[in-house]
Design a protein around this ligand. Sequence first.
Ligand code: BT5
Length: 328
Amino acid sequence: MSGTTKEKVLQALLALPQEAYVSGEQLATACGISRTAIWKAIQTLEQDGYDIESVRKKGYRLASSKDFVDRAHIAQHLQTKHIGQVIHYYKEVTSTQIIASDLVQQNAPHGTVVIAEAQTAGRGRMAREWDSAAGKGIWMTIILRPDLPPHQAPQFTLVAAVAVVNAMKSLYPTITPEIKWPNDILINGKKTTGILTEMIAEADRVQALLVGIGINVNQQKEHFPEELQSIATSLRMEAGEVLDRAALVAEICRYMENYSEQYVTYGFSRLKTLWEEASGTIGKNIRATTLREVLEGTAVGITEDGVLQLRLANGDVRGIYSADIELT
Ligand code: BT5
């Protein structure tokens, strides 16, 4: 069964007004394929978990439109030119970063999105584990191909963080997500999102960036492993309702397209104010653990290059390029 036939049928079913049916013949004409091919597509969709009702003389309809983050669901909300125009969707992967890295070798275009319902080996920075409960979150990697030198790659973590916070605020005005420098998004002090930017580069040019975004969306407390229950939260736990993951994916793609274009054209200076507005770190007393040392002080700002500025007790200001931070 070709993926496109299945998706065409799914698109047609998703586009139906509530309670309406579409006949096999109408589907066949709309998709330009035989009725047998339609019947096969319906069967494959059912195997994929879609609940399709078939009524004699009326036709087909989706009995319940399952909350999937596949191409058809995301496309309903997508308003971009590049990001999300190509989507590779999987029920389960090891890590979307691994799949994305393979796709880069196969010349996947700028803006390709790799997304999965579940990850068995989702990862954070420094090979830490990322818990990726099936069907509950957004586990995706965006492949970007900006024409930039490699040292600018880490700033895409900051760009993605602003994009995710503003996408969340635009869809769910009641929640208050804040960036914890450099790669976390917290709500009420608990982690809802982690970002991991990896790079494939030649000596002086970025070949591709793999911007990995993991968002806890519809988990409840018991869906998290015990060790995360006191430090993690989900949008559902904060907003008090189950949310449409596909709509959020599309909104993130929209913000990400806008901000990454601004970054490539003008550098970080344009986004600095937006970043500071979205940040819960600036003005706070923090402890920064870098690979070499532990520093305590007040986070006073971020430079045009995205480096965190920390004022120490003796008044010196130090630039922090990479660290784990805790609010003290
Ligand atoms: C991160 O690392 O926060 C980056 C996470 C990136 C995940 C995405 S999902 C799509 C793509 N594919 C991947 O394989 N990865 C990316 P770091 O700052 O190192 O934080 C990792 C720490 O966060 C762990 O050691 C746990 O303490 C905590 N953690 C793990 N899973 C979590 C979850 N679901 N929610 C909140 N915290 C979690």
